[in-house]
Write a protein that binds this ligand. Sequence first.
Ligand SMILES: [Zn+2]
Length: 401
Amino acid sequence: MTITRRLFWEDPYRREFEATVIESTDYAGQPAVVLDVTCFYPTSGGQPHDVGTLNGIAVCEVLEEGGRILHILERPLAEGTAVHGAIDWPRRFDHMQQHSGQHLLSQAFERLFDAETVSFHLGEEACTIDVTMADLDLAQVSQVEALVNGVIFENRPISAREYAEEEIGALGLRKAPTVHGRIRIVEVEGFDRCACGGTHVRTTGEIGLVHIRRWEKRRSQTRVEFLCGGRAQRDYLRLEALCREAANRLSVGVGELPEAIVRLQEALQQSGREAQALRKQLLEREVALLALEAEPIPGGRLLCRLLADYDAAAMRYIAQGLAAQGGIVALLAVREPSAQVCFVRSADFEADMVALFREAAGPYGGRGGGQPHAAQGGGMRADDLPAILARARALLLGETG
Ligand SMILES: [Zn+2]
């Protein structure tokens, strides 16, 4: 089997190359080729594959299978074809920034907290590492960021070299290699050494910036989400735009946002308390007015009313207020938030409100209950409320069977 020469290791900055198709095959129903040389990085070690073109034909996926690098194509290419290859450079450079940043981050967690990186994921939008720390707080995250970005500002060289398996014991690697034979070691000068087959930038300065965006506990480990380089820059711009918009809405500077939000919350609470006090006053006035409208009946007064402007909570408040007056029965109903009725009486008035409710509302589908002095229920149609009230009134006055 011919082994493909990996140009992405020799020069990760190379974007174009000339090659020959040495095998034309298919993979999961799609045409695929193996080349004698390639710049296309296959998915491995947490880093996603490159995309690009071979003679203008799109390379949608690149993967390694049994030591062969398979380029999955949109259209087939015949064996022996000479091809001009080009990778999507912005995508690759982004991967190089993220992957290089991950090396620094993993070393920083190890140095500061003796925490090992057990997995790495380079996602479309963000990257994550899982570190062996049960807890992580903001102060620790700041420490990690300070160390990593300090190494970035020092612009240290990053290099890759192959070693024989027996040589690597002396190298002080952060992570023991999972492969055998010749082992590729990536070194951030004076800071980190680890076995890695990915693509990296040539100096730490090209990583630009590493920012830890969030983290979450996962059993005994912590998943740390981070952004490097262009992703960190775009995130910064996004956050700045959000802050500016929020500040503009509150007519304050960005730095005054937290204070302005506290003021807003306090004002809202104050308004809420005032609204509640006014509502109480309004309902008390309503109770007084309704009591005046109650009709005289044997043993007291009766108020039978569909409350058009109130909801169920207000109805309960009004009912209690009326019942407290003495010598009164109130048969009330509301449509909001659903059709409900409330029958109450003063302590000094003889009548069973639960029985009255069942007899009046039951035939209309009303369900509910309560105590002899107060019953409440729903389940009926709003259109039937006037009929239910009329029936309850007639029953109470002994006008029906
Ligand atoms: Zn790497």
